[in-house]
Design a protein around this ligand. Structure first.
Ligand SMILES: Cc1cc2nc3c(=O)[nH]c(=O)nc-3n(C[C@H](O)[C@H](O)[C@H](O)COP(=O)(O)OP(=O)(O)OC[C@H]3O[C@@H](n4cnc5c(N)ncnc54)[C@H](O)[C@@H]3O)c2cc1C
Length: 417
């Protein structure tokens, strides 16, 4: 039996690609049906550490007990509802082909071979993907034309059920017995342990939970380090009309991407039930920017395990210098007339939800925390990683579409699977 662990976009894309090759698979996840609810990105980011959102209390409490975790200097956003974070994502769809593959063994052309496949997948998910050209505004600003979609995983899941992919709910993968090829899972509903013999396993739990499963299963791996594009908010005055809400900015050596929320958006988010006419907020030139800093200068998330407890710890990046950043922002404001960054404040490490790059593709098969170009975990039999953990880098662009494109490449190009 081939098991896929995780029912978010990564897990379902893995099932989709396997199905294209005529391979049967079973998707397992702890989530229950009908517990999903879309919430806004800002509301989500303003929440506290370590919460599990949109689940029944029963499920949250159970998983917290099974997977005790200490969170230090970090924002750890976990969702074990059916469909995982993929059901609450912001819905910003990056432009296929724009991801930075410079540091990767995988060439961009290898990814783009599967462009038709990803477009087909987006059609099934019912994500409206429009390829529009970006516009260079000046040397500091690049206006991006992203599509925005509010769709969740349900359309893809329905398609996969028709294709005979099996879904098993209420199952939480605890440990892989690598020697005997057995997956140990906890049945949350019946409160018992189950052993599932497997032929192949695909870990699609999202980079934090995938790391935990590896730490639980492989004794000589003690720590896993995740990259991210660190998140900050900015108060931005826009002097010229922009065509898009999205842009990339170059501030000295720092690159970041930004998504603008008008005052109308923000007020509407929190007070739409109390205010009848929001249009008066539309004329304001001030916006809240939701920004993501280049991962070369962003903090990292370390995951380790001490006795039976996981430790998730945010580590600042020593290459990032806040006073240099402030000086660069001042220069940026002086030189560029289009918009001015008035204030900014950084969110905790981990809050971007654009995480991964922890188990990247490598040609050195001795590296324990590396995978082959087909996603196979080094030194282990039949264990594949298929989520954003295996990206070489975490770009400032929205991450999900590139990760899914990479999963399609990894499975469809593997002649041995
Ligand atoms: C608020 C928010 C906004 C976002 N906005 C955007 C955006 O605009 N654009 C973008 O590109 N990306 C965005 N993201 C990121 C995006 O949500 C993720 O990249 C994407 O959902 C990752 O999918 P995934 O399948 O890898 O993980 P998830 O969707 O998190 O799925 C993981 C699955 O694994 C299951 N699982 C975990 N551990 C276990 C276990 N031990 N056993 C069994 N099952 C397990 C979970 O229950 C879940 O089903 C956003 C994220 C958040 C939280």
């Amino acid at each position: 039996m081939i098991y896929i662990i995780g029912s978010g976009f990564s897990g379902l894309t893995t099932a989709y690609a396997l199905n294209k090759k005529g391979i049967k698979s079973t998707v397992i996840s702890p989530g229950e049906k009908n517990k999903t609810k879309n919430i806004s990105l800002i509301k989500y980011l303003l929440k506290n550490n370590g919460e599990i959102l949109n689940n029944s209390n029963f499920l949250s409490k159970k998983i917290n007990k099974l997977n005790k975790t200490n969170v230090i200097n970090c924002k750890y956003l976990l969702s074990h509802m059916e469909g995982g974070q993929s059901n609450i994502w912001g819905g910003v769809v990056g432009n296929i082909g724009e991801y930075n593959y410079n540091d990767s063994l995988i060439k961009k052309s290898e990814i783009l071979k599967y462009k038709k496949e990803i477009i087909n997948l987006l059609k099934i998910i019912k994500i409206k993907y429009k390829k529009k050209k970006n516009k260079k505004i000046n040397n500091y600003l690049l206006e991006k034309n992203y599509s925005v979609s509010k769709k969740d995983v349900s359309n893809l899941k329905r398609y996969l059920i028709k294709k005979k992919v099996i879904f098993k709910n209420n199952l939480f993968a605890k440990k892989i017995d690598l020697k005997n090829s057995i997956l140990n899972v906890h049945d949350i509903k019946n409160n018992n342990q189950i052993s599932l013999p497997y032929a192949k396993l695909f870990l699609s739990c999202g980079p934090i939970e995938t790391s935990k499963l590896i730490l639980n299963s492989i004794n000589n791996i003690k720590k896993i380090v995740l990259k991210e594009t660190q998140h900050f908010y900015a108060l931005i005055k826009v002097n010229h009309k922009l065509k898009s809400r999205f842009f990339d900015a170059t501030c000295g050596k720092y690159n970041f991407s930004c998504q603008l929320y008008s005052l109308k958006n923000i007020v509407g988010l929190f007070f739409k039930n109390y205010l009848k006419n929001l249009n008066s907020f539309n004329k304001n030139k001030y916006f809240i920017g939701q920004c993501y800093l280049n991962s070369n200068y962003s903090g990292k998330v370390n995951i380790s395990k001490k006795s039976s407890k996981f430790i998730i710890e945010g580590k600042p990046n020593l290459r990032f210098n806040i006073s240099q950043f402030k000086t660069d922002i001042k220069k940026f404001n002086k030189k560029n007339e289009v918009l001015k960054i008035k204030k900014f404040f950084f969110n905790k490490i981990g809050a971007s939800n654009h995480l991964g790059g922890s188990i990247p593709v490598t040609s050195n098969s001795n590296i324990k925390l590396g995978v082959s170009k087909f996603g196979k975990l080094n030194n282990q039999r039949n264990i594949y990683i298929s989520d954003s953990s295996i990206l070489n880098d975490i770009d400032i662009s929205p991450i999900t579409i590139f990760s899914l494109n990479n999963i399609l490449r990894m499975i469809l190009s593997n002649k041995k699977i």
